[in-house]
Design a binder for this molecule. Structure first.
Ligand code: SMG
Ligand code: MG
Length: 371
């Protein structure tokens, strides 16, 4: 019978190539938590996307490691019946929240389980394409010239869509500057990471003339009704990120008119299987989705590319090439080719951490042995 073998929590220090500033803070390095799981004689990997600090969401990496070791792995070991990827979420359901930690464990099991069976994650999820058009997320900068130089460089690299991070005081001016410099042909969108309130509706409406693809998460993550009210006052379509923590949340948000587009992040919704359900709910409502990013290493990136191959992912995602984030990735780097990345061909997520890179960057390993 398929059971869970060893699980290891691997912490890796990953300096970013440049600071990434959003409305909630600046990141210069990621403290990455990778989960390794052995199933049916195969080894699988999952990346926890929780940040160092609980600023994007309530989760953070130290808490994720703790809940994995103290609750999630013991619960999964105690679950009755054979271990299957679909059995992971029900086994962990007693623990409220902690979706990023749950997603990392489920992904490691899913990867190992698929590798043991020779099946690609993309095929398991129902992907219909392997070549994925890529966008890039551009942080808040100290000045407009600095921003224009960064956008220029990304466009030269071939990115097919630009996303600008915005906050009060850095919204209309950078958007106007990018439009004036690079023209109306650039696919452009903005992400506020909850930095506004409904009182800012008039200011946000000033973005309408710039023909943005979408505005992402302008209001608080719990203010879904506020997004519905804002949607009635903006021409720019609203896309939700932080608010969409499950397929049910997506269905509710769509039903009240709070969003016309959804950013799908597997970590935020508890794993790739729930991410597929978010995709399915959106597809059933004719709502386009795209794959978000959490500054993943090659491990998380590989799995995100598999997901982004599903038919409803009709907009380019934040699945950028390795060098946008890291000088040295933990896997063989993902290199942009004609504005696209290709889903790895191997079984499971199709890629492994490079042992020599891991040994250099690892800051801690904790084995949670079976039995
Ligand atoms: O992985 O390219 C990436 C980052 C994309 O902007 C990005 N993510 O709200 O969508 C978002 C942010 C969250 C980043 S938190 C580190
Ligand atoms: Mg976002």
């Amino acid at each position: 019978m398929t059971t869970l073998g060893a699980v290891e929590l691997v912490r890796v220090a990953m300096p970013l190539v440049s600071p990434f500033r959003t409305s909630f803070g600046t990141e210069t390095e990621r403290d990455v938590l990778l989960v390794r799981a052995d199933v049916d004689g195969a080894t699988g990997w999952g990346e926890c996307v929780a940040g160092d600090e609980p600023y994007y969401s309530s989760e953070y990496v130290v808490a994720a490691a703790d809940v994995l070791r103290t609750h999630l792995v013991p619960l999964l070991r105690a679950a009755p019946g054979p271990l299957t990827p679909a059995a992971v979420a029900p086994a962990l359901a007693r623990v409220k929240g902690h979706r990023m930690a749950k997603a990392a464990l489920e992904t490691a099991v899913l990867d190992a389980w698929l590798r043991a069976r020779g099946v690609r994650l993309a095929d398991h999820l129902g992907a219909v394409r392997s070549v994925i058009p890529c966008g890039v997320s551009v942080g808040i900068m100290d000045s407009v010239p600095e921003l224009l130089a960064a956008v220029d460089d990304y466009l030269a690299q071939g990115y097919v869509r630009i996303k600008l991070k915005i906050e009060p005081g850095w919204d209309v001016e950078p958007v106007r500057a990018v439009r004036e410099r690079f023209g109306d042909g650039v696919a452009l969108q903005v992400d506020a990471n909850t930095a506004y309130t409904l009182q800012d509706a008039l200011q946000l409406a000033r973005l309408d003339p710039f023909d943005l693809l979408l505005i992402e998460q302008p209001l608080d993550e719990e203010d879904v009704r506020g997004h519905a009210a804002l949607a009635r006052r903006l021409r720019t379509p609203i896309c939700l990120d932080e608010s969409i923590v499950s397929a049910r949340a997506a269905a509710d948000a769509i039903a009240i008119g709070a969003c016309a587009i959804v950013n799908v992040k597997p970590g935020r919704v508890g794993g790739y299987l729930e991410a597929r359900r978010v995709h399915d709910v959106c597809a059933a409502h004719g709502v386009p989705v795209w794959c978000g990013g959490m500054l993943e290493t090659g491990i998380g990136r590989a799995a995100n590319l598999a997901l982004a191959g599903l038919p409803g992912f009709t907009l380019p995602g934040d699945t950028s090439g390795s060098r946008r984030y890291y000088a040295t990735d933990v896997t063989t780097p993902f290199v942009l080719d004609g504005g696209t990345l290709t889903v790895p061909e191997g079984a499971g997520i199709g890629i492994d951490p490079l042992p020599e890179v891991l040994s250099e960057l690892v800051t801690g390993r904790e084995l949670l042995a079976a039995g």
